[in-house]
Design a protein around this ligand. Structure first.
Ligand SMILES: [Cu+2]
Length: 288
């Protein structure tokens, strides 16, 4: 009877954590490792990234459960009983256990290193002769896009608070044609930013005085959420944008609309960022 009562208190935290884990998450979230389910098949990289993430946390949760289980077992089995006094027997130099907690983490670290290096080198592999090449230039607190092959540009204005909830359509938008290979060349006019498209499951730092590159193929038509992911000053949280993955016709129409507005040529990396002052209502990119 004693042991039955002793373990009853465990049922409460176990039930509570199971309820927490099982409520509010669908089986799709679970299979997706709780990454946004809207990221499914959005680029050629989202599959491998999801797989990498899910594999990692499943293994680490396994390790966690074993460690927590052993801790709970030791706490319960070796707890101080009634009438016990003094320090319990002191043990040291248990070679099998020391070998275990050296070798197992070593295998984990090497395994994760190989997994990471392999996934990253696949994702970072440059595309030779990409179909679309676009310069993405960060500036406090918006983005400029130079479409190199089409020789047009668009220049973003800092998002205003009401746009965050109401006027998504007025945010700067990077247009990409679906199923075409894309190279993005990223740099900054001022401080360090980070180009993050949430559903692409990838961020790339944007540095002044340096060009970084990102290669991928968008594979699903849609509009995706973009943010700056590097704290870059007062209006960092307003440095929002959208990525629109278009059908070939819609992409061509967008490029034509830039030409019609006279936005031909390219914005220089050395342009002033003052085109971005709040209150400048147009997004036609006044080079300064
Ligand atoms: Cu930023």
């Amino acid at each position: 009877m004693r042991s039955k009562r002793g373990f009853r208190w465990l049922s409460l935290p176990i039930t509570a954590s199971l309820m927490l884990a099982l409520s509010g998450c669908s089986s799709q979230d679970f299979g997706n490792g709780f990454l946004p389910s809207s990221s499914h098949g959005v680029t050629n990289h989202t599959g491998p990234i999801t797989q990498f993430w899910t594999t990692s946390w499943v293994i680490l949760f396994g390790v966690g459960f074993i460690a927590w289980g052993l801790m709970a077992w030791a706490l319960i089995v070796y707890r101080r009983r009634k009438g016990e006094t003094g320090i319990p027997p002191q043990l040291r130099y248990n070679n099998p256990i020391e070998a275990l907690f050296t070798i197992v983490p070593l295998i984990l670290v090497i395994g994760f290193f190989i997994l990471t290096a392999r996934t990253m080198s696949d994702i970072e592999k440059p595309t030779v002769n990409p179909d679309v090449q676009i310069q993405v230039i960060g500036k406090q607190w918006s983005w400029d896009f130079n479409y190199l092959h089409e020789n047009v540009y668009s220049s973003g204005i800092q998002v205003q608070p009401e746009q965050v909830t109401k006027k998504v359509s007025e945010m700067p938008v990077l247009h990409l044609p679906v199923n075409k290979t894309v190279e993005l060349d990223l740099s900054s006019r001022d401080v360090i930013h980070s180009f993050w498209v949430v559903q692409f499951l990838y961020k790339k730092d944007v540095f002044p005085g340096r060009w970084n590159h990102e290669y991928f193929t968008p594979t699903k038509v849609g509009v995706y959420t973009g943010k700056c992911a590097e704290l870059c000053g007062e209006f960092h949280s307003m440095m929002l944008f959208r990525v629109s993955v278009d059908t070939p016709e819609k992409y061509a129409a967008y490029i034509q609309s830039l030409k019609d507005k006279g936005q031909t040529g390219q914005l220089s990396i050395n342009d002033s960022r003052n085109q971005n002052l709040p209150g400048n209502g147009s997004s036609t990119g006044n080079e300064g």
